[in-house]
Design a protein around this ligand. Structure first.
Ligand code: ZN
Ligand code: ZN
Length: 145
């Protein structure tokens, strides 16, 4: 969906579709995170983290279904709010501060975004805990964000 100012609004959701989001514009960065916490949260090898300005991510349905896990055992030492759907368990997004008003950005999991895009990750983080059978193709020069 194209907005009057020319930006694109994309739909986002969880597996059960109980939670719906509207994500406007492009991420300002996009990274693959191989830390053990992202592995646990994803159920597999990594999370694909898309960073958006907080004002560009709106919860349009199901905010009552969203639960937050305060992840204090992080590599950075900073407590992250990992948000997920309490009905289906899908990981949705991460807020870097538990004070809602302190967040100028939100980290949306790639699996949350429903509509098509051509963004690609520009960086891999925590490759020390990357699983050895994972071959991620990150081509930073091709990414224009
Ligand atoms: Zn759900
Ligand atoms: Zn991580």
């Amino acid at each position: 969906m194209s907005k009057p100012d020319g930006t694109t609004a994309r739909a986002g959701s969880c597996l059960c579709k109980g939670v719906k989001l509207q994500i406007t514009g492009d991420p300002f960065t996009f990274v693959v995170c191989h830390c053990q916490n992202c592995q646990k949260a994803s159920g597999t090898a990594f999370l694909s983290n898309m960073f958006f300005k907080d004002k560009n991510v709106l919860i349009t349905e199901g905010s009552d279904l969203i639960k937050r896990y305060d992840d204090s055992n992080t590599a950075s030492g900073r407590t992250l709010g990992r948000h997920f759907c309490s009905n289906c368990g899908s990981t949705l997004f991460i807020r870097p501060s538990l004070e809602a008003s302190n967040n100028d950005f939100v980290i949306v999991q790639a699996s949350t975004v429903d509509d098509s895009y051509n963004w690609k990750p520009r960086k891999e983080l925590h490759t020390d805990s990357k699983w050895d059978w994972i071959d991620v193709h990150v081509k930073p020069k091709e990414v224009k964000l």
